[in-house]
Design a protein around this ligand. Structure first.
Ligand SMILES: NC(=O)C1=CN([C@@H]2O[C@H](COP(=O)(O)OP(=O)(O)OC[C@H]3O[C@@H](n4cnc5c(N)ncnc54)[C@H](OP(=O)(O)O)[C@@H]3O)[C@@H](O)[C@H]2O)C=CC1
Ligand SMILES: CC(=O)N[C@@H](CCC(=O)OP(=O)(O)O)C(=O)O
Length: 351
């Protein structure tokens, strides 16, 4: 493998694409050769993102104008529904390219489930089966061999890192999961939407997609897989909160098999003892978004509930780093046999 792996970023004029570029610039094994945009195509990157004006970067081009023959790995930061056709097209001509997708297009294994939640027919069902779910800590061996990696959604990353080991250990009731989630506004992307306007999001907090958020399908797929449950149902309610980045998920769980909150915490400590990016907070310390801002870290912890037989599991991450661009680079490192932490070792920004 060459010293530098040539990368292209699709959707580089969006939030996840831009954070990918920010991290890729200092990655010792990456060379950025193509950046694409839609409405911003034709512009220099420095004009679209002033914070990236310190370094030379390729100009933004339309996807069809990029030279895919000069690219080894493609990161996709496109809206869901747009990535499938592009992935198919790139693989037809350049089957050796690795594609690391940050959208939802390849996360759900069953195309019927994709249609149910996204309202779209999947147009790449032939390549969907080879997609590996890119939750690095749980699918590392598969990611190492994959050419198509479907990075998890930001909320599912936070929720699954906290709950999968507990489900695997048989310590929580799969059928009684209540997840309360909050996200900063960058989670909604850079395009103009009413609910992300400063005067609407700036001094308020609002639930959205209650009872129908598409990340439920992903959480149900992955937790259901651990328990061999086909039709698992979880309760997941996201809220938009007035901060630019960061996410905090609080999961209310029912204990089974005589487990206590302390047992759950021990399970997480053991599961993540060797993981560079998952930190189980000290006993009694509550995860906060400031513990991870701008970094690839996730902080989790478990505290007892006053209601006997229940516990509260809290997890936090930065939606643009561990929730998308950082995790995508972590997966890239695994897929190319590099040290997994390369380029994403930055500590959180504080305050
Ligand atoms: N924001 C987040 O926290 C997270 C986002 N994701 C997922 O990552 C993906 C990107 O999200 P995000 O960066 O927030 O989105 P943005 O809206 O900020 O950016 C979208 C990007 O896609 C480009 N684009 C839009 N439509 C098309 C099209 N039809 N053809 C080609 N390019 C197009 C845009 O170009 P232009 O601006 O030039 O029009 C822009 O570069 C989404 O699937 C999102 O769900 C996943 C995890 C976290
Ligand atoms: C605040 C906000 O709107 N957050 C987004 C986060 C989802 C996301 O970006 O993930 P996908 O890749 O699965 O689309 C949302 O809830 O839709």
């Amino acid at each position: 493998m060459a010293d530098k792996i040539r990368i292209g970023v699709l959707g580089a004029s969006g939030y996840t694409g831009a954070d990918l570029v920010r991290l890729a610039v200092r990655h010792p094994n990456m060379e950025i050769v193509a950046l694409t945009a839609n409405s911003h195509a034709g512009k220099p990157m420095r004009q679209v993102f002033r914070h990236l004006a310190h370094v030379p970067l390729p100009d933004l081009v339309k996807i069809e104008d990029a030279d895919w023959g000069s690219v080894d790995a493609v990161f996709c930061g496109l809206p869901h529904g747009t990535t499938q056709a592009i992935t198919k097209k790139i693989f037809e001509t350049y089957p050796q390219v690795k594609i690391i997708d940050m959208s939802a297009d390849f996360r759900l294994r069953d195309p019927a489930t994709y249609k149910e939640w996204y309202g779209l027919d999947h147009v790449a069902t032939d390549i969907q089966p080879e997609a590996v779910y890119g939750l690095t800590e749980h699918y590392r061996a598969d990611i190492a061999k994959a050419r198509l990696i479907a990075c998890p959604g930001c909320y599912p990353t936070a929720v699954l890192l906290a709950l999968l080991p507990l489900a695997g250990a048989g310590q929580i009731d799969f059928t009684d999961l209540v997840i309360d989630a909050k996200s900063g506004v960058s989670g909604a992307g850079r395009s103009l939407k009413e609910n992300v306007l400063f005067c609407e999001a700036g001094e308020g907090m609002s639930p959205y997609a209650v009872g129908k958020h598409r990340h439920m399908a992903e959480i149900e797929q992955e937790i259901g897989k651990v328990g061999g449950i086909q039709d698992l149902r979880v309760n997941f309610t996201p809220h938009l909160i007035p901060m630019s980045r960061g996410e905090l998920c609080t999961s209310y769980v029912k204990l089974v098999g005589g487990a206590t909150a302390a047992d759950l915490r021990n399970t997480l400590v053991e599961a993540y003892a060797d993981e560079p990016f998952v930190t189980v907070a000290d006993e009694g310390v509550l995860p906060q978004t400031q513990m991870v801002r701008g970094s690839n870290y996730v902080v989790v912890n478990v505290v007892p509930d006053r209601i006997p037989g229940r516990a509260i599991v809290i997890s936090t991450l930065d939606n643009l780093v561990k929730g998308s661009a950082g995790q995508a680079i972590q997966n890239f490192n695994v897929a190319y046999g590099l040290t997994e932490t390369t380029g994403i070792e930055q500590l959180p920004l504080f305050p």
